[in-house]
Design a protein around this ligand. Structure first.
Ligand code: DAH
Length: 356
């Protein structure tokens, strides 16, 4: 009997597909199966015989069951591998009508930003979302003991990278400043849009959100350049010439001096409309890049100066297109996407109007 079982297990191990495996299962464990028949003989045995034969027969059944499970897992795994290798879907392709795909407002705003800043001579830079502690914090003048670290509600990874660095999900797009200064010689004019992460969730915070970072490193750069750039950017973005900015002294470890920038609004029929200066809304953080940050990237702060700014893209989208709950951005609700989404053919251009 044991040798019959061995042969059955060999066939199971060699079963070429799930159908053949099922046939083997039926022939061993099915109603008329060999093992089932063996189990039935237990009933007619004396208690002594059963004591000897019972464990042996059950062990055979277990061996066959285990072999079937192992072969099934292997065949299913191979089938999945094959599907993954052959089935490819390019999720970035626009969906043609009548299927109603649309461009997410965040993507649209990122395109608008790239278009506006390209016109001012800025390139788009990127960096990884899994970042190291040094670039996310230390090089930005936020050392280990700095209280600003606690404000970032950071998602840390349990393991360190090969160089012994603590890894994390970047809490802002500012580490792209570091990466750019490390890899390029000034003059540098970049924006860095992308995903950022913090452990935070309510109507205006989601654990994953989007920021755009701006960085200029050149000779003789001063606060006036920063203000002009932000004004030009926001007028183009909101498509209004009456956009008024207010810079308030603030503090960021990576800029000195630092300024928070508010944008003015006017009340129209009980609603806030951007433009004018009846009231102020906080919009972004900015400042002159701290000499320590420039030095940390291997550049001489006596020779190179610059400004930087950081802004929530989701907030920019909400202000321009009138959404009020950030969480809806990431629900994937088709009705919301249909209402707030953009046509794939509606590419923002300065000449056509970036809001399209
Ligand atoms: N990194 C800041 C944050 O996430 C935003 C920021 C503020 C970026 C000032 C800057 C800056 O480049 O100059 O809160």
């Amino acid at each position: 009997m044991a040798s019959d079982t061995d042969a059955s297990i060999d066939r199971i191990k060699a079963a070429p597909d799930l159908q053949a495996l099922e046939a083997e299962r039926v022939s061993a464990l099915g109603k008329q199966g060999a093992i089932t028949q063996l189990l039935k003989t237990l009933g007619a045995m004396t208690p002594e015989q059963r004591q000897a034969e019972g464990p042996r027969i059950h062990a055979l059944r277990e061996a066959v069951t285990d072999a079937i499970a192992a072969r099934k897992a292997a065949l299913e795994g191979a089938a999945l591998e094959q599907r993954l290798a052959t089935e490819k879907l390019d999720l970035t392709l626009p969906v043609p009508p009548p299927l109603e795909g649309s461009v997410h407002p965040v993507s649209q705003v990122m395109d608008e930003l790239a278009e506006i800043f390209a016109d001012l001579g800025f390139a788009v830079a990127t960096g990884p979302e899994i970042e190291d502690d040094w670039r996310n914090f230390t090089a930005l003048n936020i050392p280990e003991t700095h209280p600003a670290r606690a404000m970032h509600d950071t998602f840390y990874f349990p393991d360190q990278d090969a160089g012994g660095q603590r890894m994390l999900l970047r809490t802002h797009t500012s580490p792209v400043q570091i990466r750019t200064m490390q890899s390029q010689q000034p003059p540098i004019y970049i924006i860095a849009p992308g995903r950022t992460y913090r452990s935070d969730s309510d109507a205006t915070h989601t654990p994953m959100f989007h920021q755009v970072e701006g960085l200029v490193i050149d000779r003789g750069i001063h606060l006036g350049h920063l203000k002009w750039t932000l004004e030009t950017f926001l007028k183009a973005y909101f498509e209004r010439d009456d956009i008024v900015l207010r810079m308030r002294p603030s503090y960021f470890p990576f800029t000195e001096p630092s300024a928070e920038v508010d944008v003015g609004y006017t009340m129209v029929k009980g609603r806030r409309v951007l433009g004018g200066n009846e009231g102020w809304m906080e919009l972004l953080g900015s400042g002159m890049v701290h000499p320590k940050v420039i030095a940390a990237c291997g550049l001489d702060p006596e020779e190179w100066q610059g400004f930087a700014f950081g802004c929530g893209i989701d907030r920019l989208a909400m202000l321009k297109y009138g959404m009020d709950d950030l969480r809806a951005f990431f629900d994937g609700d088709l009705r919301w996407l249909k209402h707030y989404g953009f046509s794939a053919l509606d590419v923002p251009t300065l000449s056509g109007g970036v809001g399209a």
